[in-house]
Write a protein that binds this ligand. Structure first.
Ligand SMILES: [Zn+2]
Length: 491
């Protein structure tokens, strides 16, 4: 007995076709017209789209950052992702300073134990000693084929050009991918110090410390090194015209350069959001910063013409009002102020969040929620407005992420033999996004009040239904690690 999705319109990156889809076990086994229903559980899909589950290749679950940890973990973050139609994500496992790359894997494998959707890891390289350089190709056996290096976050994650060059040379030899956070961290440090010294401490001043020029410069530097080393390069969270132009030029020169943007960079603005009165703008502090509409238009053009190949979230959520409650006193008394120990005792405790940066924008934890919203907001802003087709939507949010990161066609499409990660998408249903109803573990939503048309009504992971309307049917431990392959195509 299988599950038969009846009379839906299948949307893939290349086609839209009305057909039935039969799933047996974890796989799609048959696609065709008028498949007999006998012996199968039937899911009526009239008027619905059948799309591959979303893949978010840029998330930070349970990440230590800026004196706290991002809120969502591999339990809450997975549930939120699935409610939004995302059935796989790739998280950044960060190398501990002085440690090995495999240490990062060990730590993140432990974090991922409660998994409810499928996942994989990129390794964030923070300390490239000689033995670590040699360790890089051994990650392939573990199913990890992508490295991330930070050209920003001075004295935290930032690497220098020599390190980037060495890592790219090594990755290129083994068909692996290098991803970069492209901002010039040395210049950022200077700008930040000048701003703070001048008393410019508000959330919006974060923008002035990270202008488009430092993103464009770093993007170009990485892109040229990609051409020099012939290393696959994927520029994460591209936000602005100078960065898009650097990628466009590199691609015209034939360099193996690709890039993504994140859904918030199409919508959230410096003026209205980051520049909101009081401390409100802290909700929207992330790096690189959100830009104004003229850059949004550049990003739409870039995802339309293929200069950028994917859309992710950079999901990294913090409380707007964290560190809340009388527990602070308790924590001081019992753990020397160590909230991590206290939190284990009282799950209602809110760990520190954005409020850490009151009076100093540089202390605001960087990041925002989005793992649940990405698909619905992209559909609403992109497809409903006619900017992108349903097929391009699938390509940007699922197919290209799977191809670029070496797990296609197991993931990222609807075809016979692939994992049955299926969304029953209702293009006519509406939903108003709000922190009061979302599943992410945070007290605000970037798209608060936005009514989107087009929602994932049912969500299947490898043939098992995780979401049915508002109902959660997933289980901890059912999400699996996705073993990825090197030598993925350059799109
Ligand atoms: Zn990130």
């Amino acid at each position: 007995m299988g599950t038969l999705f009846k009379n839906g319109t299948i949307v893939t990156a290349s086609d839209m076709v009305k057909a039935d889809v039969l799933v047996e076990g974890e796989k799609i086994v048959l696609i065709g017209q008028d498949i007999p229903t006998q012996g199968h559980e039937v899911v009526p899909c009239d008027g619905k789209y059948l799309m591959p589950g979303g893949i978010d290749v840029h998330t930070h679950l349970d990440l230590a950052f800026g004196g706290t940890y991002s809120n969502d973990d591999f339990d809450t973050g997975h549930k939120a992702a699935a409610f939004g139609g995302t059935t796989m994500h790739i998280d950044f496992a960060m190398q501990p300073k002085g440690g090995k790359l495999h240490d990062a894997l060990d730590i993140w494998r432990e974090k991922a134990k409660p998994a409810q959707i499928d996942y994989s890891f990129h390794i964030g390289v923070t300390d490239l000693r000689d033995e670590v350089l040699e360790e890089i190709p051994t990650l392939i056996d573990e199913g990890v084929t992508s490295l991330k290096l930070f050209m920003a976050y001075k004295n935290v994650f930032q690497i220098d050009d020599k390190t980037l060059y060495l890592a790219m040379s090594q990755a290129a030899k083994h068909g692996m991918m290098v991803m970069v956070h492209a901002e010039n961290g040395d210049v950022e440090e200077q700008l930040r110090k000048q701003l703070l010294a001048a008393g410019k401490t508000d959330p919006v001043d974060h923008y002035s410390s990270r202008p488009p020029e430092i993103e464009g410069e770093a993007t170009n530097r990485a892109a040229v090194l990609s051409g020099l080393t012939n290393c696959r390069l994927y520029v994460v969270h591209v936000t602005c015209e100078p960065a898009v132009e650097a990628i466009r030029r590199a691609r015209e020169l034939g360099y193996p350069v690709m890039g993504e943007t994140c859904v918030q960079y199409f919508y959230v603005t410096r003026d209205k959001h980051l520049g909101a009165p009081g401390f409100e703008g802290a909700k929207y502090v992330c790096s690189p910063p959100v830009r104004n509409e003229e850059h949004h238009a550049v990003l739409w053009q870039a995802v339309k013409d293929g200069t950028l190949q994917a859309v992710s979230t950079d999901h990294c959520d913090f409380w707007y009002e964290g560190g809340v409650g009388p527990v602070q006193e308790w924590a001081k008394a019992h753990n020397g102020g160590d909230w991590t120990a206290y939190e284990a005792q009282d799950p209602s405790y809110r760990r520190p969040g954005k409020e850490l940066g009151k009076g100093d924008f540089s202390k605001i934890p960087n990041g925002m929620p989005g793992i649940e919203d990405r698909m619905m907001v992209m559909w609403h802003l992109g497809v409903n407005s006619g900017k992108i087709s349903p097929s391009r939507f699938v390509e940007l949010n699922s197919t290209n992420p799977a191809k670029i990161f070496g797990c296609y066609p197991q993931k990222g499409t609807i075809a016979v033999g692939t994992d049955a990660d299926i969304l029953v998408w209702d293009p006519n249903a509406s939903h108003t996004i709000s922190a009061s109803t979302h599943h992410m573990k945070t007290d605000y939503n970037v798209y608060e009040g936005m009514t989107v048309k087009g929602v994932p009504q049912q969500v299947y992971l490898r043939g098992k239904r995780l979401v049915n309307g508002n109902l959660w049917l997933g289980k901890n431990g059912e999400g699996k690690f996705v073993h990825r392959k090197p030598n993925a195509p350059i799109l």
